[in-house]
Design a protein around this ligand. Structure first.
Ligand code: G3H
Ligand code: 13P
Ligand code: ZN
Length: 311
């Protein structure tokens, strides 16, 4: 099976009341950990690559790793550009074999966001590629851009119909209280996603796939290890998984997860090296790190996204 777009995946997810996991990939072990879990659970998958990942690993290496995953798993996999910052970055990914791109002009004024998004949509659609756009701004860090909680803003539902009809985008990322990175909410606070905003958006865009960024939420089984070895602030709170599950049962068809993978991988490597200070073969510490990613992704697929056996 070749790489697919997200069109059919999202239609099935919307109607089936589940979401597809969009996991960020940066190297072979991450691709393998994610795709091994998806294969065992027969889950459709979005592998996403940021501008930073392309700078780190090189476009061609990443494409070839994803092609290898398709051969190994036989799953429907979409290859997506995460947070494309310009028409040029999107074009380069479209020309280079991606089946989906995000143009993130959410920090620009409304009309400018529409203009740049529409330009990407025109180029992408002529080549059979789908486009995710964003309205509203999440707090947190992505690439080098840091948005403080005060500067973040929820999506305004009254803008979504005009935005989608004028841009022609295929899915829309909205801001309802999630945020990027490992430090989402202060310890002791109780995060609450704005389901009223999600409901209002989906009423105005019936059948249209909604995307949630910044959806990492360290699962219970990893808390102890990550607090001890992972580098995250002890007691840091992610998005509660029951709220993500609820979002997946509604119009949210794509849920983005990156920080959880980083924490699981790094905590596992730190733990291994702390317990075995004499070891230096990278395969010895990357093997448990890959297994930790697989376990984490399996948990997300079954307990958060609900997309197991939907491939
Ligand atoms: O939302 C951003 C993703 O976590 C990608 O992060 O730009 O550091 O690769 P990155
Ligand atoms: P997290 O930082 O919560 O994993 O979000 C990742 C993301 O939104 C990638 O686009
Ligand atoms: Zn994001």
């Amino acid at each position: 099976m070749p790489l697919v777009t997200t069109k059919e995946m999202f239609a099935k997810a919307y109607n089936g009341g589940y979401a597809i996991g969009a996991f960020n990939v940066n190297n072979m072990e991450i691709v393998q950990g994610i795709t091994e879990a998806a294969k065992e659970l027969q889950a459709p998958l979005i592998l996403q690559v940021s501008k930073g990942a392309r700078a780190y690993a090189n476009h061609t290496y990443l494409i070839k790793l994803v092609e290898a995953a398709i051969i190994e798993t036989g799953l429907p996999i979409a290859l997506h550009l995460d947070h494309g910052d310009s028409f040029e970055t999107c074009k380069s990914c479209i020309d280079g074999g991606f089946t989906s791109v995000m143009i993130d002009a959410s920090s620009k004024p409304f009309n400018e966001n529409i203009e740049i998004t529409r330009k990407v949509v025109e180029y992408a659609h002529e080549r059979g590629v789908v486009v995710e756009a964003e309205l509203g701004t999440l707090a947190g860090i992505e690439d080098e851009v840091k948005v403080s909680a005060e500067d973040s803003s929820y999506t305004r539902p009254e803008e979504v119909e005009e935005f989608v009809s004028r841009t022609g985008c295929d899915s829309l990322a909205i801001a309802i209280g999630t945020s990027h990175g490992a430090y989402k909410f202060k310890p002791g606070t109780k995060p609450q996603l704005r389901f009223d905003v999600l409901e209002e958006v989906s009423k105005r865009l019936p059948g249209f796939p909604i995307v949630l960024h910044g959806a990492s939420s360290v699962p219970q089984h990893l808390v102890e290890k990550i607090n001890k070895y992972g580098g995250a602030m002890p007691g840091a709170i992610g998005v509660p998984e029951d709220q993500l599950r609820q979002a997946a049962s509604l119009a949210v068809c794509k849920i983005n997860i990156d920080s959880d993978l980083r924490l699981a991988m790094t905590a596992t490597i730190r733990e291994f090296l702390a317990l075995h200070p004499d070891k230096f073969d990278p395969r010895e510490y990357l093997k448990p790190a890959r297994a930790a990613i697989k376990e984490l992704v399996a948990h997300k697929i079954v307990d958060v996204l609900g997309c197991d056996h939907k491939a």
